[in-house]
Design a protein around this ligand. Structure first.
Ligand code: FES
Ligand SMILES: [Fe+2]
Length: 361
């Protein structure tokens, strides 16, 4: 195991009963974050968009996961690509945000790229002896689709995603995740390490604390459990109190966090983490609903309010943990059986650290 990450994630345990929380430096040390960016994040499948974000030919969506500006495009044939959006001239990002365009034109000197990344035009380059249009396309990043999401793999070495997720696909098939459309996005600055967010998302033990007046009333924390888990995913089951519906929380490691309600007309939530730094990231909470509900502004407004209220309850916990683990008196505490999904996530991290230390094949 890479030495930095071994120290960072602490000892492994065979099951949650022997498991501890992570050491403080896992959340704090910029050197750990740098090692993790390669071994965990660039090595994995990271969500970059919903397919419905680039539904029409010409649609594009910019995304900054780490220090690699990307753009997701759909070309006139309907093909989706994930490209670097750093101009091949002098490095300006050729586009920001989302939109629809026939081509991506860098705002600096107007080099123009087709939606497949190839260079279509570059003004006043005919006297250059080093300019070769064919060699100046935007690099393409490995991508795949699953459940209505588009995923990118920055190092290009990740194993195919879908075969590793079959039990998860089966569990959430009832919600038809690939058909859900985004009816709103709520954004939050999040001044804490990304793993604090993943861990907060993956246990409902804390329903009894921050969510005592909300989720604890509908889905009591002490009744929750890990349904199924694998090397690359975990599923947290949330049985209901009398008269309410169950819901399911899941993660595709390292970074894809999702929630689906059960009952009539299941809805979903996707926590998109981007602009990752050692102790900060940007959170975009995407509200996903069946097309039949998407037409109703009242529904979208109520959904937004509910999801915002829940996250507002989580913010003090995440902020508090980020502050607390910096104390010299913090030491990793024991996990409850209600935190089995965290144990599984931590195993995934340790495995990534271990494979990072193997010589390249
Ligand atoms: S940096 Fe893009 S055209 Fe010059
Ligand atoms: Fe929470």
């Amino acid at each position: 195991m890479s030495e930095i990450l071994q120290g960072a994630y602490g000892p492994d345990a065979d099951d949650v009963r022997g498991a501890l929380a992570l050491p403080g430096r896992a959340y704090l040390d910029p050197a750990v974050f740098a090692a993790e960016a390669d071994a965990v994040l660039r090595a994995g499948w990271l969500p970059v968009a919903r397919e419905s974000d680039v539904a029409a030919p010409g649609d594009y969506r910019s995304v900054d996961l780490l220090d690699t500006p990307l753009v997701v495009t759909r070309d006139s044939e309907g093909e989706i690509r994930v490209l670097s959006r750093v101009c091949r001239h002098r490095g300006m990002p050729v586009v920001e945000g989302s939109g629809n365009a026939k081509a991506l034109t860098c705002p600096y000197h107007l080099w123009r790229y087709r939606l497949d990344g190839s260079l279509a035009a570059a003004p006043a380059m005919e006297r250059s002896q080093t300019f070769d249009a064919a060699a100046c396309g935007l690099p393409r990043i490995a991508s795949t689709r699953w459940g209505g999401w588009i995923f990118a793999n920055l190092d290009g070495r990740a194993a195919p995603l879908a075969p590793q997720l079959e039990p998860l696909a089966e569990r959430i098939a009832y919600a038809q995740p690939e058909t859900l459309v985004t009816v709103g996005v709520v954004e939050f600055d999040s001044p804490w390490n990304w793993k604090v967010m993943v861990e907060n998302f993956l246990e409902s033990y804390h329903h009894i604390g921050p969510h005592a007046a909300t989720l604890q009333q509908t889905n009591p924390g002490l009744g929750t459990y890990e349904g199924t888990g694998g090397d690359l995913f975990t599923i947290l089951e949330n049985p209901p109190a009398e008269g309410h519906d169950p819901f399911v929380v899941a993660a595709i490691f390292p970074l894809t966090l999702m929630f689906f309600s059960q009952g009539e007309a299941p809805v979903g939530v996707w926590y998109e983490l981007s602009q990752l730094q050692s102790a900060a990231f940007r959170l975009r909470v995407h509200l996903l609903a069946p097309p039949a509900l998407a037409a109703s502004p009242e529904f979208a407004a109520a959904f937004r309010e509910q999801v915002t209220a829940i996250h507002m309850e989580d913010i003090p916990a995440c902020e508090g943990v980020q502050r607390g683990v910096a104390s010299p008196l913090y030491a990793p505490g024991p996990l409850s059986h209600l935190e089995a999904c965290l144990w599984r996530f931590h195993r995934f991290l340790r495995r990534c650290g271990a494979s990072a230390s193997l010589p390249a094949a």
